[in-house]
Design a protein around this ligand. Structure first.
Ligand SMILES: Cc1cc2nc3c(=O)[nH]c(=O)nc-3n(C[C@H](O)[C@H](O)[C@H](O)COP(=O)(O)OP(=O)(O)OC[C@H]3O[C@@H](n4cnc5c(N)ncnc54)[C@H](O)[C@@H]3O)c2cc1C
Length: 493
């Protein structure tokens, strides 16, 4: 039986452990933390439970595929959100609700965007064609080299070519006349950790997956149920997991990794090693590869860093829903300047998740749990976050004003995580929340590969390797690395 060590228990590591253990590999996971899940985690404090990072799931068919691939029924209960979310535009008292049903959406924006149902239908149809023309050929494929990738790309219909060099914003600008609707259709860029002014138009396929194809889902019981259900199965399949174990170096012989060494000096031997730790920075920090020095990594394009606040609040904030966005009045100016600045945003744009709107046991009776996520510059641009309380107070004050609820005087518990906390807690490069960005030159064969360049038994899984970031992509990543390992180690006994 081949022995596998997986470094990290993020969704990528856990999903790979599920697939490989079911195939008969002897799997051990080594995790830096005392709990599994990585970014997909839970914060429990003073009677409140918060999702730490991810708060929604899209492309839920990938989750089905994961469980079906090991012969299990999906144990995770999902609920589709309708309306999907609401958006508070600055200066407008009433938030706009975003519906999957295009007639309802058109009604919601009837005062600013005539004929929205038709325009949105055309926009989503085009994005859908791109999604289906690339999903299997490009996104769900392993590539051995750039030539193979380019050949696969050449099988994508030529009509999609302009998508490659246009930005998402230019596409929405062409299709819709109202600034509000343009912003709504470009918000998905932030789910990729970037602004729509940098994000290639191809990623409008996310609007298609969320608004038409599959939808926008929450996990019943909170996102962490997903990790708990996977952990139950891993136990059933005999996967071992060691916590408080951070891998700090790698030993090798004759082109193979022989063992990894943890922070306490323990040595872990195996036949196959898989890093779920950030694929790019692992190569630089642990393997000292010249192509991944700090100087070179800094030049790569990284996704925005998260600034997160977790508030337990006494009372009910009636104006909030499960998902809410709070936007200012200068979208372009904000997006163009704030993420490369060394100063905290004065009028931040942010997202608010209120799990207690959908779940009973996540907050004490009569209370609300409010999770705020504000995208900010990473540590390359803003190194010093000693002003984090100031920014948090600024956001809380803004939220109070815009919801008409005095949050500050009703706080029962408060936790703030700035990019430096995210970087040190989860080994995220310079605090980048979603890992490497998805520019055309950082996806496919141009993204750090899921197989090491030098060691023949070292692989990678997760957001910074192929195909990309976000929960469904990370599940696909586990499928791709498993396929690669299976092809190379067919004779598992
Ligand atoms: C604030 C935030 C909100 C998000 N919201 C969403 C969302 O709503 N929907 C969505 O689909 N996606 C969302 N994402 C993205 C999603 O969380 C990630 O793409 C996904 O969870 C990444 O999983 P992973 O397995 O690649 O890595 P991680 O979750 O980062 O897991 C890696 C694990 O490896 C461990 N580790 C690292 N280095 C070492 C080492 N040297 N030794 C041992 N262990 C190590 C870490 O402790 C961690 O547990 C969000 C991300 C953030 C930060």
């Amino acid at each position: 039986m081949k022995k596998v060590i997986i470094i990290g228990s993020g969704l990528g590591g856990l999903s790979t452990a599920l697939r490989l253990s079911k195939k008969g590999y002897d799997v051990t996971i080594l995790e830096k933390h005392s709990t599994p899940g990585g970014r997909l985690n839970i914060l429990q404090k003073d009677g409140f439970k918060f999702d730490l990072g991810p708060s929604f799931m899209s492309m839920t068919f990938e989750l089905e595929e994961l469980f079906n691939s090991i012969g299990e029924k999906n144990p995770v209960k999902l609920e589709e959100l309708d309306p999907i979310y609401q958006v508070f535009f600055e200066g407008k008292e009433k938030p706009r609700k975003i519906f999957k049903n295009l007639d309802k959406l058109a009604e919601e924006f009837a005062d600013v965007e005539p004929d929205l149902a038709r325009k949105a239908d055309e926009y989503l149809t085009r994005a859908g064609q791109f999604f289906h023309d690339t999903e299997d050929k490009v996104v769900k494929s392993n590539f051995n080299n750039k030539l193979e990738y380019v050949l696969k790309l050449s099988r994508v219909p030529l009509k999609h070519l302009p998508y490659l060099w246009k930005t998402m914003w230019s596409e929405v600008e062409k299709k819709f006349t109202s600034e509000e609707v343009r912003i709504i259709f470009s918000l998905v860029a932030f789910f990729l950790g970037a602004t729509p002014f940098q994000t290639p138009a191809i990623y409008s396929l996310l609007s298609y997956t969320e608004m038409r194809h599959n939808g926008y889902w929450r996990v019943k019981g909170g996102m962490y149920r997903l990790v708990e259900e996977i952990m139950t199965l891993l136990q059933k399949y005999g996967v071992k997991i060691e916590y408080n174990t951070e891998i700090v170096s790698v030993n090798n012989q004759n082109g193979s990794v022989t063992e990894v060494v943890d922070n306490k000096g323990n040595r872990w031997k195996a036949d196959i090693f898989i890093s779920n730790s950030d694929a790019a920075s692992f190569r630089g920090k642990i393997l000292n590869r010249p192509k991944f020095t700090e100087e070179k990594l800094d030049k790569m394009h990284w996704t925005l860093a998260p600034f997160t606040i977790y508030l337990g609040v006494k009372g009910k904030v009636d104006n909030l829903m499960h998902h809410n966005y709070f936007l200012g009045s200068n979208f372009r100016g904000y997006a163009d300047t704030i993420f490369t600045s060394s100063i905290s945003p004065q009028k931040p744009y942010y997202y608010v998740n209120v799990l207690s709107k959908s779940e009973d046991d996540v907050a004490p009776e009569g209370c609300e749990n409010i999770y705020i996520l504000c995208p900010v510059p990473d540590l390359r641009y803003k190194k010093d976050w000693s002003d984090k309380d100031e920014l948090a107070n600024n956001i809380i004050e803004d939220l109070s004003k815009r919801t008409g609820f005095d949050i500050n005087s009703n706080i029962v518990t408060k936790t703030v995580m700035a990019p430096d906390d995210w970087a040190s807690t989860l080994n995220l490069y310079k605090g980048s929340g979603l890992g490497l960005a998805h520019d055309i030159n950082q996806v496919g064969a141009f993204r750090p590969k899921n197989k090491d360049e030098k060691f023949n038994n070292l692989y990678y899984v997760g957001a910074s390797t192929t195909p990309g970031t976000g929960l469904p992509m990370v599940i696909i990543s586990s499928k791709l690395v498993t396929e690669r390992i299976e092809n190379e180690y067919k004779s598992v006994s």
